[in-house]
Write a protein that binds this ligand. Structure first.
Ligand code: A2R
Length: 313
């Protein structure tokens, strides 16, 4: 049985990833911050702050995993504008601690999958979409900058120390259980609150014109599992749907499922200091290297996110 370590497993993606790995007969170890808790009792949980490199090294020597997924991050673009220092600490210093600890550990040949972001491409030409992995990065926010750093550091460590590193650029992923700091979850939560009479029938929105590439989180973690098995060492892979959709169209789908009439209001606080008009992934590389392809339609993902909030408010 292969041993997997998920670093940052208490978050939105970590829960889905541990579930799919357990269902596919991996021994799953998962870390969370000392202040957090992992709910899945079928995985072995460990407390870890990646800002403490010694603890990372001790844990790696203790578990000796075959595959490591590095998910621990400050993952919100919005928060990265408000708290760039925290984002840089966790996403840059933390990533270096993880890579450096793995290099020094007793099983330094373990495969590590670094989860970056489609945001790394940033301000690209509109005709560059769908974006290929070799497109130059041009980050438009601090979160994207830190993830671009992590990807570059991954390449440097792979080349300099011959480590088995796979780099992922994950585009927007959505689903039940995501924090309302993310757009789809935010809309669904607001609709569920309106339906319960907890707020007036008005949804507050930011920029509705931006187009993003959304994938169901269950498809995303299946991609991560397949990259762990079939990805090629040293390679960088986009993980997305391959299609972009305007936030306005997402809102229309959410509202179409609502049982009440809803008014749309632009909230200046939800507009970012800068926003990138279109982000869309080219996913031919991961498809050809691993056989993965996204399967769950966005309407179904939105419906399950809305139902999640209907049951959890
Ligand atoms: O921020 P918290 O308290 O929810 O904890 C997050 C955790 N984390 C850390 N773990 C260890 N040491 C740290 N210093 C540290 N700071 C934060 O990483 C959270 O439990 C986890 C990341 O989960 P989420 O924020 O829910 O991200 P999500 O959606 O699961 O995305 C996973 C990855 C991230 O690298 C994203 O940037 C990428 O996929 O798209």
């Amino acid at each position: 049985m292969k041993k997997v370590l998920i670093i940052g497993g208490a978050g939105f993606v970590g829960g889905y990833l541990s579930e799919i790995l357990i269902n596919n007969n991996f021994e799953v170890h998962s870390t969370c911050l000392p202040s957090e808790k992992i709910v899945n009792n079928k995985c072995i949980s460990h407390s870890l702050d990646i800002l403490d490199k010694t603890s990372v090294l001790e844990l790696l020597n203790d578990i000796e995993p075959d595959i490591i997924y590095h998910l621990a991050a400050q993952s919100s673009v919005a928060l990265s504008w408000k708290n760039p220092q925290l984002t840089i600490d966790v996403n840059i210093k933390g990533a270096i601690n993880v890579l450096d600890a793995l290099k020094e550990s007793s099983k330094s040949d373990a495969r590590i999958i670094l989860i970056g972001s489609g945001e790394e491409y940033g301000y690209i030409r509109e005709d560059a979409c769908p974006i290929l992995e070799d497109e130059a990065v041009n980050p438009g926010n601090i979160y994207a900058l830190t993830k671009a750093f992590q990807s570059m550091a991954g390449k440097i460590y792979a080349r300099a120390y011959n480590m088995d590193i796979i780099i992922v650029r994950a585009f927007n992923h959505i689903g039940a259980g995501q924090l309302p700091a993310f757009v789809v979850s935010d809309f669904c939560k607001q609709v569920a609150e309106i339906e319960k009479g907890l707020k007036s029938p008005e949804i507050f929105v930011g920029n509705l014109d931006a187009r993003r590439d959304f994938t169901d989180v269950r498809d995303v973690v299946r991609a991560y599992m397949m990259l762990g098995e079939y990805g090629k060492t040293g390679e960088l892979y986009n993980v997305g749907s391959g299609n972009s959709i305007a936030i306005k169209d997402i809102l229309d789908i959410v509202v179409s499922h609502s049982t009440v009439d809803i008014r749309i209001t632009v909230d200046k606080n939800k507009l970012r200091p800068s926003d990138i008009p279109v982000i869309e992934a080219d996913i031919s590389k991961i498809k050809s290297h691993t056989g993965w392809t996204p399967e769950i339609p966005i309407e179904m993902t939105i419906k399950s996110t809305l139902d999640y909030w209907r049951n959890n408010i």
